[in-house]
Ligand binder design. Structure first.
Ligand code: 13P
Ligand code: SF4
Length: 319
């Protein structure tokens, strides 16, 4: 704990000295989330992270999350320096959607509007008409469907089929998945619900359909925290990365949060519902990048220019 206190106070001082701001996702270490909040940065879902980074006047942003979040920040603010605690922090959705294969998929379906999830590389975004995050995907696809558009969706198959079901849109789906959310199990969740009959079920839409079907609320990380805070219930079963529990507990003190089951029985599994790449962000590597200015995110200028169009479309729609 003493080392932790020292690391945190050094980080606070360096953020101030370098006029840098910390932008963190809800899945990263609780210490990083707290630091972001108390130093004037933000802790939020991926849509808010993008907006906050774009609008903040700081010349340097430290993005504590995964690579696509740093890339999005850079694309929206090419003049800013974007640093990340670990440049190898990626995402199984991004890894499972190779830009060349994706381009061939798009080429084969030129009649479709291309909508990609934020959890993709800049090169994939460069090929898209729209980027969406989990908080706004449903609204954007509903809007496109109302205009009679047929959609090509990538990469998350669960989020894609959830949106398809909700909107009735014609969607051709890439078959990617998130290695964390894909592990939540519908049958075991059903058993757990019987054990906690008063609990409400909060589900991130990257989870399988059998889990989403049992949700009281389906939403982005921010939307799930909001639900935990405002719903009239004392117990919640949560199907998303357990990093979110820190903020949920702060937002709704006194309420009880239980991680949804991820394996073959109804026992809660507190250690497995956690993204290995989000977990690469820590106090030590955060301090290191602040001290050295290392781990800068760069995005090829031509790719960034193209990718910006689909991100701006989403942000304009959200405004
Ligand atoms: P949110 O946009 O809901 O924060 O989701 C990002 C993510 O990576 C979820 O796994
Ligand atoms: Fe990607 Fe899943 Fe990790 Fe989110 S939790 S960053 S979707 S691997």
């Amino acid at each position: 704990p003493e080392e932790k206190i020292a690391l945190k106070s050094r980080i606070r001082a360096l953020l101030k000295e370098k006029q840098a701001v910390l932008v963190a996702h809800y899945y990263v270490d609780a210490d990083l989330q707290d630091l972001a909040e108390e130093t004037g940065g933000c802790v939020s879902d991926s849509l808010e992270m993008a907006r906050f980074g774009r609008d903040h006047e700081a010349k340097t942003l430290i993005v504590a999350g995964v690579r696509f979040m740093g890339e999005t920040a850079k694309i929206l603010s090419p003049e800013k320096t974007i640093l990340m605690p670990d440049l190898d922090a990626t995402c199984s959705l991004d890894l499972g959607c190779d830009a060349n294969e994706f381009a061939a998929f798009c080429d084969a379906h030129p009649d479709r509007t291309v909508v990609v999830y934020a959890n993709t590389s800049a090169a994939v975004k460069a090929r898209a008409d729209w980027m969406v995050t989990s908080s706004i995907g449903l609204d954007i696809v509903r809007h496109l469907h109302a205009q009679g558009k047929k959609i090509l969706w990538a990469p998350d198959k669960h989020l894609g089929s959830y949106i398809q079901k909700e909107t009735g849109a014609d969607m051709l789906l890439w078959q990617g998945s998130c290695l964390v959310h894909d592990e939540f199990k519908g049958v075991e969740l059903d058993v757990m619900k019987a054990e906690y009959p008063n609990a409400k079920v909060l589900v991130h839409p990257e989870s399988p359909a059998s889990v989403v079907a049992q949700a009281d609320v389906v939403g982005s990380t921010s939307q799930l925290i909001h639900a935990a805070q405002t719903m009239d219930a004392q117990e919640f079963i949560v199907a998303t990365d357990n990093g979110i529990l820190h903020k949920m507990q702060m937002a709704a003190p006194g309420k009880r949060f239980i991680v949804a089951p991820t394996a073959g029985n109804s026992a809660t599994c507190k250690s497995c519902a956690h993204c290995p790449w989000m977990a690469m962000n820590g106090l030590r590597n955060l301090l290191h990048v602040l001290e050295t200015g290392s781990n800068e995110i760069t995005v090829d200028t031509a790719i960034a220019y193209k990718a910006k169009t689909c991100i701006d479309r989403m942000l304009d729609f959200a405004a």
